[in-house]
Design a binder for this molecule. Structure first.
Ligand SMILES: Cc1cc2nc3c(=O)[nH]c(=O)nc-3n(C[C@H](O)[C@H](O)[C@H](O)COP(=O)(O)OP(=O)(O)OC[C@H]3O[C@@H](n4cnc5c(N)ncnc54)[C@H](O)[C@@H]3O)c2cc1C
Length: 423
C-alpha cells in the first residue's frame, strides 16, 4: 500500500482531524461494528473500521428472507437520538414497520447503509488478514499488504467464519462444502432457487432451516426438513395490546416475553456475574431453535418435516446423497436427495478466527466449558486491548448479545472504556 493511498484512507477515516494517538481498529461493519464505531467517533476516539457494510446480510442470507426479530428489537445503537430503524423508515419514506411486520433483509441492509453515512463515515472494505501483538498495542495487517498500528482492536466479525457442520455430514464433501457441492451450510447461500427441481434435505429445526425450507419449496425444490427435536417450536404472534395482568406475568423484552428473557435483556452485566455453569445453561437454554410466527403458514402442512430424527450416516452414491436416519421419527427407509443443506448453526470458537495470529488466539482465555472468549465488563479479553463483541460475547453477557438488540449495551460499554483510556 502506497503512502498516498494510506493518507487517503486516514483522511477518510477521520484520523487526520486532530484527534491524536493510534487508532482503535474495529474489524467488522455489521450491526455491532457500526454501532461501536459510531459511539467511538462521537466520543472523539480515532477509529478505523474494516469490513463489508452489512456484509453478512448481503452475502450470507438468502434472497427473500426476513428478520425474525421485531422492529423495536432491531435498532443499531447511535450515540444520539435519531438513528433507530423507525427513524430511518420515516426519513426515507419506507413503509412504517409494526410489531406485526416482518422486516425484509433488504430494508435492514438499507438501514445499515443509512446509519453508516450518518454516524460512522467511511468504512474500509479491505479484509483484515492478521492481528498480532506489537508493543502495548497491535499490528493489524490488511489483505492488500498494508500494516497499521493500533492501540486496541474490537473484533465484530459476526458468525460468518463460525459456521458449524457436524462431522457425519462433512463426509459428503471431501472438498469444501458449498452450493455446488453435495453439502452446503445456510450461510453459503444468497439464492436458493438454484435447487429448483432438485431434492434437498434441510438438516436443522431453527429459523434458518425452516425459512430456507419455505424458500426452497416456493422455488420448486422437493424439500424435506430433518429435525432432531420431537417437535418444531414456533414463536407467538405478538399481541399489540396485552392486558396488564399478562404484561406482569410475562413482561416483554427484545427477545420475547417472559421473566427470564426480560431479566437477561435488562441486566446483561449481571448475567456476567453469574457462576459460569449457570451462564452456560442460560446461553444454551434461554432461546432454543424455533421459527418466527409469520413463517408458520409457509411451512406447516406445506413442507414435509420429520421430527425426532438425526442423521447417523451420510454417504455419496454417484450424484445422490443417502442419509441414514436414527431416532424414533426416522422411519425405516434412507432419505435420498441431491443436496443436503446444513442449517446447523454456528460454533463460537476463537480458534476459528484465523485473522488472529496463533499467539494471540492462544493468549485469549476462554469461558469455562466453551471456546468463546472470557470477557471483562467492558468486553475486553485477557489480551489487553483486544475486545470481542456480538455473538462471541453471548456466553459472557447472555443471549441478547446474539441479536441486534445487544448493540446498545456493547457499544456503550466498549466506548466508555476506550474513551476513558484516552483521557
Ligand atoms: C440467518 C440469520 C438470521 C438472523 N436473524 C436475526 C434477526 O432477525 N434479528 C437479530 O437481532 N439477529 C439476527 N441474527 C443474528 C445476527 O447475526 C446478528 O444479530 C447481527 O448480524 C450480528 O452483527 P455483527 O455485527 O456481530 O456481525 P455481522 O452482521 O455478521 O457482520 C460481520 C462483519 O464483519 C466483517 N468481517 C468479517 N471478517 C472480517 C475480516 N477478516 N476483516 C474485515 N471484516 C470482516 C464482515 O464483512 C461484516 O461487515 C441472524 C443471524 C443469521 C445467521
Amino acid at each position: 500500500m502506497t503512502q498516498s493511498i494510506d493518507g487517503q484512507r486516514r483522511a477518510q477515516n477521520g484520523l487526520d482531524s486532530g484527534v491524536g494517538g493510534e487508532p482503535v481498529v474495529v474489524i467488522g461493519a455489521g450491526p455491532y461494528g457500526l454501532s461501536v464505531a459510531a459511539h467511538l467517533r462521537a466520543a472523539g476516539v480515532p477509529v478505523r473500521v474494516f469490513g463489508d457494510i452489512m456484509g453478512s446480510w448481503r452475502h450470507a442470507v438468502a434472497t427473500g428472507m426476513f428478520l425474525k426479530s421485531t422492529p423495536a428489537a432491531t435498532d443499531l445503537s447511535a450515540p444520539v437520538p435519531g438513528g433507530r430503524l423507525a427513524d430511518f423508515c420515516r426519513e426515507t419514506g419506507e413503509p412504517e414497520l409494526t410489531e406485526l411486520t416482518p422486516i425484509p433483509c433488504q430494508t435492514f441492509v438499507n438501514y445499515g447503509m443509512w446509519f453508516t453515512q450518518r454516524y460512522v463515515g467511511s468504512v474500509d472494505p479491505t479484509r483484515v488478514t492478521a492481528v498480532e501483538r506489537a508493543g502495548a498495542g497491535f499490528a493489524v495487517r490488511l489483505q492488500d499488504g498494508e500494516e497499521i498500528e493500533s492501540a486496541a482492536v474490537v473484533v465484530a466479525t459476526g458468525l460468518a467464519t463460525l459456521a458449524h457442520i457436524p462431522d457425519e455430514l462433512l463426509l459428503l464433501s471431501p472438498g469444501e462444502p458449498g452450493p455446488r457441492a453435495a453439502l452446503s451450510h445456510t450461510s453459503q447461500h444468497t439464492d436458493l432457487s438454484r435447487y429448483a427441481g432438485l431434492r434437498v434435505a434441510v438438516v436443522g429445526g431453527g429459523q434458518s432451516a425452516l425459512e430456507s425450507a419455505a424458500l426452497l419449496h416456493e422455488a420448486g425444490a422437493d424439500v424435506e426438513v430433518l429435525v432432531r427435536a420431537s417437535r418444531v417450536r414456533w414463536g407467538e404472534r405478538p399481541q399489540l395490546r396485552r392486558p396488564w395482568t399478562r404484561r406482569l406475568a410475562q413482561p416483554a423484552s427484545p427477545l420475547g416475553t417472559g421473566w427470564i428473557l426480560a431479566a437477561v435483556c435488562r441486566a446483561p452485566g449481571t448475567v456476567r456475574a453469574l457462576p459460569a455453569a449457570a451462564r452456560m445453561q442460560l446461553f444454551r437454554r434461554a432461546l432454543g431453535p424455533s421459527g418466527g410466527w409469520w413463517l408458520r403458514e409457509r411451512v406447516e402442512d406445506v413442507v414435509p418435516v420429520r421430527t425426532a430424527c438425526r442423521v447417523e450416516q451420510a454417504r455419496l452414491a454417484g450424484n445422490e446423497v443417502h442419509l441414514r436416519l436414527g431416532g424414533t421419527g426416522s422411519g425405516r427407509a434412507d432419505v435420498v436427495v441431491d443436496h443436503v443443506l446444513a442449517a446447523t448453526g454456528y460454533r463460537l470458537d476463537v480458534d476459528a478466527l484465523r485473522f488472529l495470529t496463533p499467539p494471540v488466539r492462544e493468549a485469549v482465555a476462554r469461558v469455562p466449558g466453551a471456546q468463546a472468549p472470557r470477557l471483562s465488563g467492558a468486553f475486553e479479553s485477557s489480551v489487553p486491548g483486544l475486545y470481542f463483541t456480538g455473538s462471541l460475547a453471548a456466553p459472557t453477557f447472555g443471549p441478547m448479545l446474539r441479536f441486534v438488540a445487544g448493540t446498545e449495551f456493547a457499544a456503550r460499554r466498549i466506548t466508555g472504556r476506550l474513551a476513558r483510556q484516552r483521557r
